[in-house]
Each structure stands twice: as C-alpha cells, then as structure tokens.
Ligand binder design. Structure first.
Ligand SMILES: [Fe+2]
Length: 308
C-alpha cells in the first residue's frame, strides 16, 4: 500500500492524515472550504489576508492565538525538508562504558560519548545533513544524554489511543541524531517510525493550527477539545487521533529500530512520523545531537514570522 497516494489530499477527510473524527463520528467538517481558501491565498504569496483571514480568526478562541498560529505557519513554510531517517555506518564502541556503576548519571555518559573518537565525525555528518536540508548557517550542536526507565510510567501514553499512540511530529524544523548507548528493543523504547511518512503531503495551515492547539492552547486530550471546530481537534501527536483504517495503513509501514548499543541514526522529526524513548519495561540510554542554525536561520525565522 502506497501511503503517499493514499493520503494525497490533506484537506479531504478520507485522504488526509490530519483530518480525523474518530472521537466525534456524529460531527461533520464544516470549515474546509474556508481553510482551503486561506491556504491558497497564503501559498500564492498574497499577504492581504482579507475576509478569508478574518473568518478564520473567528474560529480561534481569541486573536492572540490566531496570531501565534500565523507565526508558526511562517516558520513551517520557511523550513521544509523531506528527509526521513538514515542509519549511519558508524558504530560507537561502548565497551568501556560503565553502565552499572553510573546508572542515571547523564553527565558521565555525556563525557563518555564526547571523548569517543567517532564523535567529531558523527557531529560533522549531522551538521552536514542539517545544512543540506535547510541551507548553510553557523551551526551549534545541542548535546544531551537521556536515561529513561519503564518504571517512569509510560504505559498509558504508549497505549491509551490504540496502536498508533504517541506517534507524532516534532514542533519545529530539525534533524536529530541519536546514538543508542544501550541495546534497544521494542519494549525498552526503540525509535519507531512510519517509513515514507515524511513524504505524505500535509496542509501547512492545519499543521500550524494543530501545533497551536498543542503548544499554545496546551490541549492534549480529545475530551478537552469540545469547543473547537472539528478541523482544529488534533495535536502534533497525530497517532492519538487517527481513524482506525488510517492507523492500519500507516502501521503497515512501521519500522522499529531495534539495534545494539553504539548504533547511530538521524531523522527529521518535523516530517517523519515517529515515537520512541518511552520504555514499557527495562530502560533506554541514548545520546542526542541536534543542530541549530544560529544566524541565517534565526533571521529567516524572524522574517517569516513577521510576514504574517
Ligand atoms: Fe519526537
């Protein structure tokens, strides 16, 4: 099944991964024409807004949230990439890692990885990929190590909304590189993704609206969304809202990156639908490298959000 063909009309409920009414089957989408008109106006480069914007604004609880949504839209349109996921050829030797005596000591683990002879090469690869996708910039690499255990209670968020629970897209642009520092299987937080999902056509306007629902309105559960138009009732956690047939189609392309400690991979969290790092049992230790453009991208971001 070709998920790119299956979901090729982001503003038609049957062909969209962004429009779902699993929780409200008695309701109909009534604002799709308005959203489509606004999106066409935005994508055509028109900045007039006009009646279309005014009508869209009325669907938001207040004008401030509408403005926040437009800022997000500016960023989304400025930073697009169709990169998905790639496992690198590097394999970090973790034999000297003293896992037992340093359980939970993220500082120790970070020192371990940064001393590794491959670290510089991996960092260069990640920055290279970032620049390939988003253009050249002076780039800083954010580094962290995360240690998570099944006891921390991830069971509910991994299962509450069916088999696609917690599958999501990240908030902004970005390439993330992960180095597994422990062996990782499905049950202890393996990175899992939907192969090809980075190429599924999305509505940038719906993406911005759903990010606003998540991060500005801070709504996460469907039963908090009764006062919003049906088109707005979703978050960046796309898997929590998918209708069963759509979930089934995506899960047919599910890849669980079970691998040994030392495995290095990178992915595009903005477009690749993914989840991971929440063990149901056992624990997962992994290092994260995330590049950030410091100058040109900040300027682009500023201009993009100012524009709307
Ligand atoms: Fe993520």
């Amino acid at each position: 099944m070709d998920i790119i063909k299956l979901f090729d009309k982001p503003l038609s409920p049957e062909k969209s991964i962004q429009l779902n009414n699993k929780y409200w089957p008695f309701l109909k989408f009534t604002n799709l024409n308005l959203i489509q008109d606004c999106e066409l106006e935005i994508l055509s480069g028109s900045r007039k807004g006009g009646a279309c914007y005014r009508n869209l604004m009325k669907l938001f609880p207040n004008e401030e949230l509408f403005r926040k949504m437009l800022k997000r839209l500016g960023k989304i349109l400025s930073f697009q990439s169709n990169f998905g996921c790639a496992v690198l050829d590097y394999r970090v030797n973790i034999a000297p890692l003293n896992l037992k005596n340093h359980e939970g000591d993220e500082k120790y683990f970070w020192q371990f990885i940064s001393k590794n002879i491959l670290f510089k090469e991996i960092s260069c690869e990640v920055i290279k990929r970032y620049r390939l996708e988003y253009g050249w910039d002076i780039t800083r690499l954010h580094k962290s190590v995360r240690y998570v255990r099944g006891e921390d209670g991830y069971q509910s968020c991994m299962t509450n909304f069916g088999r696609t629970s917690d599958f999501h897209n990240d908030e902004y642009k970005g390439i993330t590189c992960i180095v597994y520092l422990s062996d990782v299987k499905k049950d202890n937080g393996a990175f899992t993704y939907i192969q090809g999902s980075e190429k599924i056509i999305r509505s940038p306007l719906l993406t911005a609206i759903h990010q606003t629902v998540s991060f500005d309105m801070k709504l996460s559960h469907w039963d908090q969304m009764g006062s919003l138009p049906l088109e707005f009732r979703a978050t960046h956690n796309i898997g929590n809202f998918l209708e069963p047939d759509k979930a089934k189609a995506l899960l047919a392309k599910e890849v669980v990156l079970e691998d040994v400690a030392g495995t290095v991979f990178m992915f595009n969290g903005q477009k690749l639908i993914h989840r991971g790092g929440k063990p149901l049992k056992g624990s997962r230790l992994a290092a994260f490298l995330t590049p950030e453009g410091l100058f040109i991208h900040k300027l682009r971001s500023f201009l993009a959000t100012k524009r709307y």
